[in-house]
Design a protein around this ligand. Structure first.
Ligand SMILES: [Zn+2]
Length: 82
């Protein structure tokens, strides 16, 4: 038990499984668990706003807080969930 905790405490070990028994065991050991089924969720798109005036980018908003120009929605990228 002590040894398992030592290992799991080192870093970001994430266990991917749909087996609930394994998930429970892992959680008790302090290991992060991700259900394998979650990987089927389609890619999460990331959006940001870009000012058409000064071209600054912001995470949200319709109007640039710097120059007051409208901001356009712009795709930042996608997070692969699988
Ligand atoms: Zn601006």
């Amino acid at each position: 038990m002590a040894k398992a905790l030592e290992y799991s405490g080192r870093g970001e070990t994430i266990l991917v499984t749909d087996d609930f028994a394994v998930q429970n065991t892992a959680i008790q050991l302090g290991i992060k668990v991700m259900p394998a089924g979650q990987r089927k969720i389609k890619d999460v798109l990331l959006w940001e706003k870009q000012c058409i005036g000064c071209k600054r980018r912001f995470p949200q908003g319709d109007e640039c807080p710097v120059c007051g120009s409208p901001m356009k929605k712009r795709r930042k990228g996608a997070v692969k969930s699988g």
